[in-house]
Design a protein around this ligand. Structure first.
Ligand code: PEP
Ligand code: MG
Length: 889
């Protein structure tokens, strides 16, 4: 096994082995670009070290051989006293983990070689400055010395001299500082700063290995779902210097604008500086275009290289470069991060340039980016006073009055106010307030904090961890660093897509992408937004290649119409219980509580025409497309009066000696039907089987509505779906009755209705006996909400607010299984049931209608297991279409 690769030996496809940075340095080297020579120690070496606690035995000799070769190439030896070769030691994992791991520059400097560097560079100050930087970085990252101690010493030196920046310290000052830094190391690390250059290098390599398991890195990996066992590579690269005078400098560049995707010259340059100076913001950078005036030949060369890189990677690249005394060097490149809008624009631009094809373009964007583009946004042209910023935890643009506790949030929102709930951090007690609020702002916690997790689950705007904002819940105010104070009732605006928080009301504009999907903006129009044109094209690619059809979960004509505009190919789930919320709730209540046949029949008779009307509307708005109507599935607690409220009402009436006959009877009935676990109780098919006439009423309403649409010249395609089936016997009983009703209606109207009858698969037993159930079902629709609830034994109504934050923080899962399908558990049951069902009935139609139907990663899974369609809420349809296309291409 080979543990070390020269830059000339690797290539960009070896990211697993060489890390992203190493692979790309090798690629650039092989493209003939000016990369300072060096070599990469593989992630395999790191893995051996992390597993066994020591470097692989062959590593030392391999490093020696590569170092020899490097020294020969450079014509000088590492740390050579009169002309030292210096190297940087940089981490570089497969996935970019910005700032999470360690880097040490200027390895090879020592008391002996610092004078040699000064002589070679003709610059004594530069040599001492490089040496003090080495001791500082090495002390901090390799020897674990508190970095503040070096900063303090530097600060003291500047104060003693009465200067503001470190550029004002001369060689003698820096030389003194080096002595002080060495003393800090000796005291804090209990050892001297190593003078042997090879020892410096070996220790730095080991520190980079160790940094893989640093706390910051571990947390980042868990959040980004990067596996913990990949390890990092280590790049050893000969140093070039941007701080050797005005003809030197350092910069970053993008081959196109990462915000808009536009081609042009984007980047920053800092004359006479090293990379860290740019990041640290010590001096102001100039726009990259200004480099043309500073050093035209280097600028021209950089432009040529950027073009080469873009054509080679066929994508936006970002670049770090250094100019050393007029000579340009490439220090890093990678395919660059970009905004959601830029991702779509770049993908189509590259197609137009002939660099990628449509299938590749689909891989360059994703559903999460599309979803981001669909949120309303703050009007950026409006003037807005920035209050502070935190982590963009859940996208959206929310405006409301500041409130500092859940109680006030609920109270104010009940009286029609829009509120923003501000907390230091949230906990499950804040849940009601979060539901009531337009948006949530916290000063503590990261992407997996309670606030972030719950807000994302609710689709509610959230900014968390705005550390600069001081939240005082007792005094009910928020203080910004500038001294601005927001009191309860003051209006603020929270941008969950950028993490920015503004004073006052920033106007909100609808997203042009939604305007486009709604049909209010046409991609073909001359003045159409570039983004809309790009989205239009990418959606067309996706629709062309996808195999999965996309349907909507919708229970009213308005949602159905929107769904259709958004590209739905039918309704995959019409939850009929939703048709009985609001005013009609009492009718269902009456039905459920009926204690005589007469009362029950009365209730059913009242419901029938209402249902029929609903279905006619629905079939009309989805004319020609399938509409899956699910028979009533109300967990009883959602439809009955709250037992506590009712008890209080009865007790009050009793004490006041007021009449309360009805309430008392209701209370007794509610007691009789009260369940400890309503989600596992009398719902779905069970309810249909114990309340005679309920399902037949619904089936009749569906059949009559279909007949009515046929008579009107329409093309209704209704499918009847039975919920919560656990055994084929349940389904057979319901079918027998339903078939009878349908035959009757057909005879009455003299038509053939072609109604399909199928079932949901949402209980483990249904999945495990899917082969039998398929005997009685023409289709399956996986109800992955209930299936997740019952496979995990997680109450879908409770767990996300109670212990999921802890589970996410502990890395038990990276995302809630209610959000993204748990492939290994719930997913295996889906795959198994799909297979067994089709074995019984080869033309069995398969779909999914749980929340997962609109989740990007889950859509890929449903594609893989061969479902025919996914069904999701109307707003997620474009995302599902896109991801179905990506899955198929
Ligand atoms: C499901 O359980 O996944 C489903 C779609 O049904 P509901 O969410 O209505 O229980
Ligand atoms: Mg369900």
């Amino acid at each position: 096994q080979k543990f070390v690769y020269d830059f000339t030996e690797g290539n960009k496809d070896l990211k697993d082995l060489l890390g992203g940075k190493g692979a790309n340095l090798a690629e650039m080297t092989n493209l003939g670009l000016p990369v300072p020579p060096g070599f990469t120690i593989t992630t395999e070496a790191c893995k051996v070290y992390l597993e066994s606690g020591s470097e692989p035995s062959a590593l030392r000799d391999e490093v020696s051989a590569h170092l020899d070769a490097l020294e020969t190439k450079m014509g000088k030896k590492l740390g050579q006293a009169d002309d030292p070769l210096l190297v940087s030691v940089r981490s570089g994992a497969k996935f970019s983990m910005p700032g999470m791991m360690d880097t040490v520059l200027n390895i090879g400097l020592s008391d002996a070689s610092v004078a040699g560097l000064a002589a070679q560079a003709g610059d004594e100050r530069f040599a001492w400055d490089s040496y003090r930087r080495l001791i500082q970085m090495f002390g901090k990252t390799v020897l674990g010395v508190d970095g503040d101690l070096f900063e303090e010493a530097l600060e003291n030196a500047k104060q003693a001299k009465g200067v503001r920046t470190d550029v004002d310290l001369d060689a003698a000052d820096l030389r003194t500082l080096v002595d002080e830094f060495k003393a800090v190391v000796a005291k804090e690390a209990g050892r001297d700063f190593p003078q042997d250059p090879r020892e410096q290098m070996d220790l730095a390599v080991r520190a980079v290995f160790d940094s893989w398991n640093g706390e910051r890195a571990k947390l980042y990996r868990r959040q980004e779902r990067i596996p913990g066992d990949l390890g990092t590579a280590v790049n050893i690269c000969s140093m070039v210097f941007g701080n050797l005078g005005p003809d030197s400098g350092t910069g970053v560049a993008f081959t196109r604008d990462p915000a808009s995707g536009q081609q042009g010259v984007y980047g920053d340059y800092l004359q006479n500086a090293q990379g860290e100076d740019v990041v640290a913001g010590i001096r102001n950078t100039v726009p990259l275009a200004d480099l043309a005036g500073i050093d035209q030949p280097s600028y021209d060369e950089l432009m040529r290289i950027m073009e080469t890189l873009e054509n080679h990677y066929k994508d936006l690249c970002d670049i770090e470069f250094t100019i050393e005394r007029g000579k340009l060097w490439m220090l890093q490149t990678r395919v660059g991060k970009r905004t959601a809008a830029a991702a779509f624009r770049i993908a189509t631009q590259l197609v137009d340039q002939g660099l990628i094809d449509e299938a590749e373009a689909l891989q360059r964007v994703n559903g999460a980016q599309l979803a981001q583009l669909m949120f309303p946004r703050f009007d950026v042209s409006a003037k807005a006073e920035l209050l502070g910023r935190g982590i963009a935890a859940s996208p959206g643009a929310a405006v409301g009055k500041a409130v500092f506790d859940s109680y006030t949030a609920v109270k104010w929102s009940r009286s029609g106010e829009k509120v923003i709930l501000i907390r230091r951090e949230t906990n499950p007690d804040d849940l009601n307030g979060m539901i009531a609020a337009e948006g949530i702002l916290t000063s503590r916690g990261g992407k997996t904090s309670h606030a972030a997790v719950v807000a994302r689950g609710m689709g509610k705007t959230c900014v968390c961890g705005a550390e600069d904002l001081e939240v005082d819940t007792k005094r009910r105010c928020l203080t910004a660093p500038g001294g601005v104070v927001i009191e309860e009732g003051d209006v603020i605006s929270v941008d969950g897509s950028t993490g920015k928080v503004y004073v006052g009301e920033v106007p909100v504009v609808p997203s042009p992408v939604v305007e486009y999907f709604e049909g209010r903006m046409h991609a073909g129009a001359d003045d159409a937004d570039e983004l809309v044109k790009a989205v239009h094209r990418v959606m067309a690619y996706a629709d062309r290649v996808r195999r999965l059809r996309v349907r909507a979960n919708a229970d009213n004509a308005e949602d159905a119409a929107r769904a259709r505009r958004f590209g739905a190919q039918g309704i995959g789930l019409c939850r009929t219980e939703h048709m009985f919320l609001g005013e009609r709730r009492e009718m269902v209540e009456r039905l459920i509580l009926a204690d005589t046949d007469a009362v029950r029949d009365e209730a059913l008779k009242a419901l029938l025409p209402l249902q029929q009307r609903d279905f006619v509307d629905l079939f009309e708005s989805m004319d020609g497309l399938p509409v899956t109507v699910r028979l009533l599935d109300p967990p009883l607690h959602e439809f009955l009066p709250d037992i506590t409220d009712l008890s209080v009402r009865v007790a009050l009436a009793e004490s006041r000696k007021e009449p309360h006959e009805n309430d008392l009877r209701l209370l007794q009935a509610v007691h009789r039907l009260h369940e400890q676990n309503p989600m596992l109780g009398l719902r779905g098919v069970r309810l249909g089987l114990v309340i005679p006439g309920l399902f037949t009423m619904q089936v009749r309403a569906i059949a009559e509505a279909a007949a009515e649409r046929l008579a009107a010249g329409g093309d209704p395609r209704a499918e009847i779906m039975i919920p919560l089936v656990g055994t084929v016997q349940e389904l057979e009983l319901v079918r027998e009755e339903a078939d009878k009703v349908i035959t009757d209606v057909e005879a009455e109207h003299g038509v053939e209705l072609k109604l399909a009858i199928g079932t949901m698969i949402e209980l483990p037993r249904a999945a495990l006996t899917a082969g039998q159930i398929a005997e009685a079902a023409q289709f399956f629709s996986f109800g992955t909400n209930d299936l997740t609830q019952t496979v995990w034994g997680f109450s879908r109504d409770d767990v996300e607010a109670s212990f999921f934050t802890a589970y996410l923080e502990k890395g038990i899962f990276g995302v809630s299984p209610f959000e993204t399908i748990d492939r290994d558990g719930v997913g295996s049951l889906v795959a198994l049931a799909a297979k067994a069902g089709r074995a019984t009935r080869p033309d069995l139609k398969l779909g999914v209608c749980g929340e997962h139907g609109g989740d990007p990663e889950s859509v890929h899974f449903f594609h893989e297991v061969g479902l025919d369609y996914v069904s999701c809420s109307p707003f997620r349809i474009p995302v599902a279409r896109l991801e179905a296309g990506r899955a198929a291409s």
